[in-house]
Design a protein around this ligand. Structure first.
Ligand code: NAD
Length: 281
C-alpha cells in the first residue's frame, strides 16, 4: 500500500483519506475526481498529494490500491477506464452502498483483484469539506468476496479497513443487498417520502414551520445527496421495491387499526415495535 488512489474525493473518499492519514498508513494518497474543486479542496486539507481529473496520469502513477468512492451508477464506467491504465497487480475496491450484481460486473471487468466493500458509516452530508475524522472507528465494514476473489487482494482490502478502525465482516454480495435494502435503503425512501407527504399536507398552513424533535430526528437522512440515493434505489431496485411494499403493508395495518379504533390492536402493534426498537440498544 505505497500509492493509494481514491476515485471520488467527496465525503466518503475524504473521510477515508483523513482516517488513513491519522493511522499507521505510511504510503501516499492521490485523488481522481470529475470535479477539480473537490481535488483542490482535498489538497488544501492535506488529504492528497496530487489530484487528477483524467485517467492518463494514473498510468504513470501506477498505484497499488484504488478505492472507488463515487455514486454507484458511475462504477462500471470507472472500472473500464481503470482497467486501461492500471498494472495487472493493482488491487481495486469500492465503498458503494450496493453490492449484488455490481460486484460480479466489476469483477468481470477488472478480474479477481476487485474486492467489493461497504463501510456501515456515514452521514447525510456530502462533499470533501464535510469529511469526518475517525468516521470508520469501531464501525462495521462489509466485505463481499466471491469465489473468484484473489486472496492477496482480499487481505490488502481487509488491512486497509482495519487500519482506520473498521470491524470487518464478510457477506455474500446479494445477501448484502437484501439486508441493506431493508435496514438502510428503506428508511431513506421513507424519510424522502415523508417530507413529500408533509409538503402535500401543507396546503393552507406551512407545516415545516413547526418541526418537532421527532420529525427532525426521523427526517435527518432526507437531507442526503439525491444523486447518490437515486443510484442506490435504481441499483438495488428489486430489494428496495420489496422493502417498500412490505412497509406499505405495515403502514396499512396500523392505518386499519386506527380506523377501526381497535385500542388493544393498536397497543399491541406499538408495544411490539417499542420492544424491538429497545432491543437494538
Ligand atoms: P459525495 O457526493 O460526497 O462524493 C462523490 C464524489 O464523486 C464527488 O466529489 C463527485 O464529484 C465525484 N464523482 C462523481 N462522479 C464521478 C466520476 N464519474 N468520476 C470521478 N469522480 C466522480 O458522495 P459520498 O457520500 O462520498 O458517497 C460516495 C459513495 O460512498 C457512494 O457510492 C455511496 O453509496 C457510498 N457510501 C456513502 C455513505 C454516506 O453516508 N455518505 C455511506 C456508505 C457508503
Amino acid at each position: 500500500m505505497e500509492k493509494v488512489l481514491i476515485v471520488g474525493m467527496g465525503f466518503m473518499g475524504g473521510s477515508l483519506a483523513l482516517s488513513l492519514r491519522d493511522s499507521d498508513f505510511e504510503g501516499t494518497l492521490f485523488g481522481l475526481d470529475v470535479n477539480p474543486r473537490a481535488l483542490e479542496r482535498a489538497k488544501e486539507m492535506g488529504l492528497i498529494k496530487e489530484g487528477f481529473t483524467e485517467y492518463a496520469p494514473v498510468k504513470e502513477l501506477n498505484p497499488d490500491l484504488v478505492v472507488i468512492a463515487t455514486p454507484v451508477g458511475t462504477f462500471e464506467g470507472i472500472a473500464r477506464k481503470l482497467k486501461e491504465v492500471l498494472s495487472e497487480d493493482a488491487v481495486v475496491t469500492d465503498l458503494g452502498s450496493v453490492k449484488g450484481d455490481i460486484v460480479y460486473r466489476l469483477e468481470t471487468i477488472l478480474g479477481p483483484r476487485f474486492v467489493g466493500g461497504h463501510p456501515i458509516a456515514g452521514t447525510e452530508k456530502s462533499r470533501v469539506e464535510n469529511s469526518v475524522r475517525g468516521l470508520f472507528k469501531d464501525k462495521k465494514v462489509i466485505i463481499t468476496p466471491t469465489e473468484r476473489t484473489d486472496r492477496t487482494a482480499l487481505e490488502e482490502v481487509v488491512s486497509l479497513w482495519r487500519k482506520v478502525g473498521g470491524v470487518v465482516e464478510f457477506m455474500d454480495p446479494h445477501l448484502h443487498d437484501r439486508v441493506f435494502g431493508a435496514v438502510s435503503h428503506l428508511p431513506h425512501a421513507v424519510a424522502f417520502a415523508l417530507i413529500d407527504a408533509i409538503a402535500k399536507l401543507s396546503e393552507d398552513v406551512d407545516l415545516f414551520r413547526y418541526p418537532g424533535g421527532g420529525f427532525k430526528d426521523f427526517t435527518r437522512i432526507a437531507a442526503s445527496d439525491p444523486v447518490m440515493w437515486r443510484d442506490i434505489f435504481l441499483t438495488n431496485r428489486e430489494n428496495v421495491l420489496k422493502s417498500i411494499d412490505t412497509y406499505m403493508e405495515s403502514l396499512k395495518l396500523l392505518r386499519d387499526l386506527i380506523e377501526k379504533e381497535d385500542e388493544p390492536g393498536i397497543t399491541e402493534f406499538l408495544k411490539e415495535a417499542k420492544e424491538r426498537r429497545l432491543s437494538l440498544e
